[in-house]
Design a protein around this ligand. Structure first.
Ligand code: GAR
Length: 215
């Protein structure tokens, strides 16, 4: 059984989708630890609901990004995880951290990267009059929301819809795509070779894969 660590900062709806998929056997792995950098977030309640071990490591308590990242690594590395999953973890990571987990660190970001790294992606997509919006799952390097893309999921923006509605639609795509990617990584169907994502023929995904969702 492969071992996963999940890092969160907030609601944890992606954590829940991942935990469910592990529980029903769709992902052949177990979530060994959930780390949140925020106290009192819904994601921690969700971890409890699925009987997952969780820890809070508050970034404010560290003098520098490097010290905080070191504290994260001290919790993560002894577990010897096969995969570390960023699921709404809203911190920029230092090079030491991404190097220590190279090839084992993935992120989901609510935009069609390279569009809109960073925050407020939905608002920017609406304000710019974009026709499409979406999500990207990628291996992580030390650039903000950077690293080789594994897959993207897209939807058509309805300009009459609110930002909240758009966020909900984006979440639906995330909950469908992220567990599927994690399952394929756990099965060895997706891996990082140098700075290229390698897809075995058994993978649901393939290079430059982008799926359109009618959600
Ligand atoms: C998700 O939409 C995820 O893509 C985004 O935070 C949200 C977390 O939701 N991540 C980023 O913006 C990373 N740059 P959740 O806590 O309900 O899973």
């Amino acid at each position: 059984m492969k071992k996963i660590v999940v890092l969160i900062s907030g609601g944890g709806s992606n954590l829940e989708a991942i935990a469910k998929a592990c529980k029903i056997g769709n992902i052949p792995a177990s979530v060994e630890l959930v780390i949140s950098n925020q106290t009192d977030v819904k994601g921690l309640e969700r971890a409890k609901k699925f009987h997952l071990m969780s820890k809070v490591i508050e970034h404010q308590k560290y003098n520098s990004r490097e010290e905080f990242d070191q504290a994260l690594l001290e919790q993560i590395l002894p577990i010897e995880p096969d995969l570390v999953v960023l699921a709404g973890f809203m911190r920029i990571l230092s090079k030491d951290f991404t190097d220590a987990l190279s090839g084992k660190l993935i992120n989901i970001h609510p935009s069609l990267l390279p569009n809109y790294p960073g925050l407020n992606t939905h608002k920017q997509a609406i304000e710019n009059g974009d026709l499409m919006h979406g999500i990207s799952v990628h291996y992580v390097n030390n650039e903000l929301d950077g690293g080789p893309i594994i897959t993207q999921g897209a939807l058509k923006i309805d300009p009459s819809q609110s930002e909240t509605k758009l966020i909900n639609r984006i979440h639906k795509i995330e909950h469908a795509v992220y567990p599927k990617v994690i399952a394929d990584i756990a099965k060895g169907y997706i891996s990082l070779q140098g700075d290229q994502v390698k897809f075995e023929s058994e993978s649901y995904f393939s290079p430059n894969h982008m799926e359109f969702f009618n959600v």
